[in-house]
Design a protein around this ligand. Structure first.
Ligand SMILES: [Zn+2]
Length: 387
């Protein structure tokens, strides 16, 4: 049964279900077993309404994949975010003089502190991160020399900050309004918030088997909905950039910001309906490929949302699976539908698995995984790709 998560922006309980996302096959490793994607009848915001009760903070403390040193290779992503921050400051004529290097900066949900590290490289001195995973704190300190407080936005901190950064965090939060209110409470009087969130209007340009309705993303923004969220918290937008995959925006405190009520934001629903149609076509294509392997035993490589989708919606749910493989150590030993998740090393060691076909259950990592299986593990198994 779905818990009654009201619209995290306007608090209305009236909503229409656009899609139901079922992760029950991977419930041991996902924060939610199942959620409905809801469009709010009052303000048009689109959000996930999970089934059952969840403690998300526990999940991010213990299951975090953001403490993986591999994330270091996403440096380019963080450089782009830093460049975008500079562009916004220039455009909004804010933090343009040399004093900017003394700004006290807090990055909420900073993972290993890669973005703060780029600020540090560029001359900023007063940098702190806030992150629920203690593993991340240790790595941030060891690799990047960045100080991180283990905790969440709701925690009281000993001081306030001139700039609060939060990049790709808001889409994860259940109590969105309360959390953003906590962000504001941590800002100095003239403080500024720099936010980056995925742009849900961009989803309709993709056809990726519902992957944008991910295990962790439960709020789907466009600029109008982000503005509304900030407005009801007492913050107004200074400047933004929303072309492409992400929305980048600066907000400042303004307790007198005029709330104009809730005009229904219709664009989000239109974009997400289109996205659902695109993904449905991909599913049909994948079923066509899998049908050919109906009577064979398979190993499935990848235990994330892509696999959950296949097990929930595709013909894979009725096929013979002898094992799941994943390189994320958090997953080893856990089970999917009663079948164990093993490490790539275990796959090498078990002779009887050598004759089975390996289905690569990933779109984004398909090429890398295939290369790893052939070049590094030197396995001779037949490899099935879906893209
Ligand atoms: Zn609403």
């Amino acid at each position: 049964m779905a818990i009654l998560r009201h619209c995290p922006i306007c608090s209305s309980s009236e909503g229409k279900i656009l899609f139901t996302r079922d992760f029950s096959a991977i419930k041991d490793v996902a924060p939610f077993e199942k959620y409905d994607v809801i469009v709010c009848e009052k303000c048009g915001f689109v959000y996930a309404r999970p089934y059952g009760e969840y403690n998300l903070l526990d999940y991010y403390e213990t299951e975090s994949k953001y403490d993986n040193q591999e994330y270091g290779k996403y440096n380019e992503v963080y450089r782009k975010i830093f460049n975008m921050f500079n562009c916004l400051c220039e455009e909004g004529n804010i933090f343009t003089d040399k004093k900017k290097f003394d700004l006290s900066i807090l990055d909420i949900g900073c993972s290993m502190g890669m973005l703060l590290y780029i600020f540090k490289e560029n001359g900023y001195k007063n940098l702190t991160g806030l992150e629920p995973s203690s593993q991340c704190r240790e790595l941030a300190n060891k690799i990047y020399g960045i100080d991180i407080i283990t905790g969440a936005a709701k925690d009281t901190l000993p001081r306030k900050y001139d700039l609060i950064i939060s990049t790709t965090v808001l889409e994860h939060l259940l109590s969105l309004r309360e959390e953003v209110h906590n962000f504001k409470e941590k800002l100095n009087k003239d403080g500024v918030c720099f936010l980056v969130v995925p742009n849900a209007e961009f989803f309709c340009t993709r056809d990726n088997l519902f992957q944008d309705f991910s295990t962790e993303h439960i709020n789907y923004f466009n600029i109008e909905s982000l503005d509304k969220l900030m407005e009801i918290t007492g913050m107004e937008r200074i400047v933004m950039h929303d072309e492409g995959e992400f929305i980048y925006a600066l907000y400042k405190k303004n307790d007198n910001v005029n709330s104009h009520g809730y005009n229904k934001n219709v664009k989000l629903e239109i974009c997400l309906q289109k996205y659902i149609q695109n993904s449905t076509k991909v599913l049909a294509h994948i079923n066509g490929i899998l049908e050919k392997y109906k009577n064979k035993k398979l190993l499935v490589w990848g235990t994330g949302t892509h696999t959950a989708t296949l097990l929930g919606l595709s013909v894979l749910k009725n096929m013979k699976i002898s094992g799941f493989v994943d390189s994320n150590r958090h997953y080893w030993g856990k089970k999917i539908n009663g079948i164990k998740i093993i490490s790539p090393d275990e796959l090498l060691e078990d002779e009887k698995l050598s004759s089975e076909s390996i289905l690569i259950s990933s779109e984004l990592a398909q090429t890398d995984i295939k290369k790893y299986i052939i070049d590094d593990l030197k396995l001779k198994n037949e490899i099935i790709t879906l893209y």
